[in-house]
Design a protein around this ligand. Structure first.
Ligand SMILES: [Zn+2]
Ligand SMILES: [Zn+2]
Ligand SMILES: [Zn+2]
Length: 138
């Protein structure tokens, strides 16, 4: 693997959440330009070293996010309030995929899924604010 590909894969391996190409560039402290990172990400995914999904959010628009494929296949939740990812852990929809295969007589070779909404921390923060304003004398 080229130096850039190795560096990009190391950035994905070390990340605790999926990274966009821009996120990888900033992890690499701008030692690789964005075009090099894009090519490396494309290569790594094609070779099965990385997985990606496309997500829309109000803050970042439509963006593709990459995660290392060295960890077990997993899914993510994106908070539309703080824009952080929550790790949902190992894939739990294997049963659903098997049902679809059986019912429709097809073979599923890959799938993408993410959930989005409000994370626990943001929900707790919103509840706090509601309580404060509810008990405030003003
Ligand atoms: Zn949040
Ligand atoms: Zn977001
Ligand atoms: Zn899955």
């Amino acid at each position: 693997m080229t130096k850039a590909r190795t560096a990009v894969l190391a950035a994905l391996d070390g990340a605790t959440e999926p990274l966009s190409a821009a996120g990888v560039v900033s992890k690499l402290a701008d030692t690789c330009d964005q075009a090099t990172v894009y090519r490396a990400l494309h290569y790594l995914e094609a070779q099965g070293h990385a997985e990606s999904f496309v997500l829309y959010c109000s803050e970042h628009g439509v963006e593709r996010y990459y995660a290392s494929a060295s960890a077990p296949h997993r899914h993510w939740f994106h908070c539309e309030s703080c824009h952080r990812f929550v790790d949902l852990g190992a894939c739990r929809i294997g049963g659903l995929v098997a049902d679809v295969e059986r019912e429709l007589g097809l073979h599923v070779s890959r799938h993408t899924m993410y959930l989005s909404g409000t994370c626990a921390a943001c929900l707790a923060g919103a509840a706090c604010l509601a309580q404060v304003s509810g008990t405030s004398p003003a």
